[in-house]
Design a protein around this ligand. Structure first.
Ligand SMILES: Cc1cc2nc3c(=O)[nH]c(=O)nc-3n(C[C@H](O)[C@H](O)[C@H](O)COP(=O)(O)OP(=O)(O)OC[C@H]3O[C@@H](n4cnc5c(N)ncnc54)[C@H](O)[C@@H]3O)c2cc1C
Length: 381
């Protein structure tokens, strides 16, 4: 039976980031995913925010052109423009990025096991026997980076996500939209109950999608309706659809109990998504960097106290305002009310607040914010 220091289930952004950092510390790492290729079945739009681009080494050729412009539309399609002096967003070429990070993992010594599902694990003699669809391996520590509906979380007896929105989008090439690259965000509780519909256009790729509480809408039907509604804003008649993406987004905030002496959770499995914007890529990078430090420390000392810093309870305290904003967003279920809300966003104070939501830099707590004598700051990696 093969023997590893750390076994990571899930090779999304969270699992890949953590695997390469742990392997660079000299640990024996196994990375497992049920997909046969990481550029298949992608379920994210892939918009990276400025803060992530500044703090982490996302390869430039895996990112589209920069976006500074945001247009917000009310249900009646009244628009409001926001322009930043900075390059705020870039849409990741996610298939390419996952493959690049996987190459870096393998180069650092990670053992890669594609087309393999995690089935469960048992604890034996201070180690874990991890049952995979292809074999059983032993590991000192197990990491669940297996997405929003994590089987690893359940088996480790850690917390589980309970509040979701669902997102579905089509990706097009060859779309012409006048003006510079931009994000177009549409508030409409019928098409996107509790969230937004969007067009993310960087001049090369155009993502057209809707998101919302699944109990309140039919996502594919809403997407069709949305396409028809924006026909005067974006002409998709001659555009080539290259992909369809969809997935669950946990929006209940980072879970409280995300680590124990057998394992921990990363990314969506940990609920590490902004409850307000539903952005999860920045938290993937940040939480995985912290996890790599904490797990490296714990495996070298064996002291459970080293894990105490990896606590959702500590993170949640910094999420209070975004959790409130989510509650407000989910309760706005009437178009007239949202129309009114959009109108008052023209007042300077509320306009500044909206700018802050689009261009603010607080996505997930910095690793440096966590108070541990062991943890060095996480910079570019
Ligand atoms: C439609 C949509 C659009 C989004 N757009 C954005 C955006 O623009 N910007 C942003 O910041 N966030 C966005 N998000 C959120 C963001 O994509 C996620 O938070 C992030 O991708 C989560 O990464 P992850 O690595 O935690 O999980 P995932 O990317 O879900 O990776 C989990 C991996 O685990 C594997 N897996 C699962 N179960 C098993 C098992 N039992 N055995 C083996 N492997 C398993 C899966 O195959 C998968 O590869 C979006 C989400 C959706 C659904």
């Amino acid at each position: 039976m093969d023997n590893y220091d750390v076994t990571i289930i899930g090779a999304g952004l969270a699992g890949l980031q953590c695997a390469r950092l742990l392997a660079r510390k000299g640990l024996r790492v196994l990375l497992v995913d049920r997909k046969n290729s990481l550029d298949q079945k992608i379920h994210t739009t892939g918009i990276f925010v400025r803060r992530t681009l500044l703090d982490f080494d996302i390869p430039d050729d895996c990112l589209g052109p920069a976006i500074k412009h945001v247009t917000l539309y009310s249900p009646g399609l009244r628009s409001m423009e926001f322009v930043s002096e900075h390059d705020e967003f870039r849409i990741g070429r996610m298939g390419q990025l996952y493959q690049r990070y996987l190459q870096q993992c393998v180069l650092a010594g990670v053992q890669w096991l594609p087309e393999t599902s995690y089935l469960g694990h048992v604890s034996t003699n201070g180690k874990l026997a991890v049952h995979l669809s292809t074999e059983t391996v032993t590991t000192r520590y197990l990491i669940g980076a297996d997405g929003a509906r994590s089987r690893v979380a359940r088996n480790l007896k850690l917390d589980l996500n309970e509040e979701w929105i669902v997102g579905v989008e089509s990706v097009f090439e060859g779309v012409c939209i006048d003006g510079p690259p931009r994000l177009l965000c549409f508030l409409d509780p019928e098409l996107a109950p509790g969230y937004i519909a969007w067009i993310a256009h960087d001049g090369e790729e155009t993502h057209v999608g809707v998101g919302g509480y699944s109990s309140c809408f039919d996502p594919p039907a809403a997407l069709e309706k949305f396409r028809a509604r924006v026909a005067n804003i974006v002409d998709l008649k001659d555009a080539k659809q290259i992909e369809r993406r969809a997935g669950y987004i946990p929006v209940g905030g980072v879970l409280r109990n995300i680590a124990n002496t057998n394992g921990l959770l990363l990314g969506d499995a940990a609920g590490a998504v902004s409850p307000l914007t539903a952005g999860g890529l920045d938290p993937c990078m940040r939480l995985s960097a912290l996890a790599a430090q904490v797990v490296g420390e714990y495996l070298s000392t064996g002291n459970p106290q080293d894990l105490s810093v990896y606590s959702g309870e500590l993170f949640r305290a910094r999420f209070a305002s975004r959790l409130w904003a989510r509650r407000i967003a989910s309760s706005l279920d009437q178009r007239q009310l949202v129309e009114l809300g959009c109108a008052v966003l023209r007042f300077p104070l509320l306009n500044r607040l909206a700018r802050h939501v689009f261009f603010g830099r607080g996505s997930f707590p910095d690793v440096e914010m966590m108070e541990s004598p062991h943890l060095a700051p996480a910079g570019k990696n």
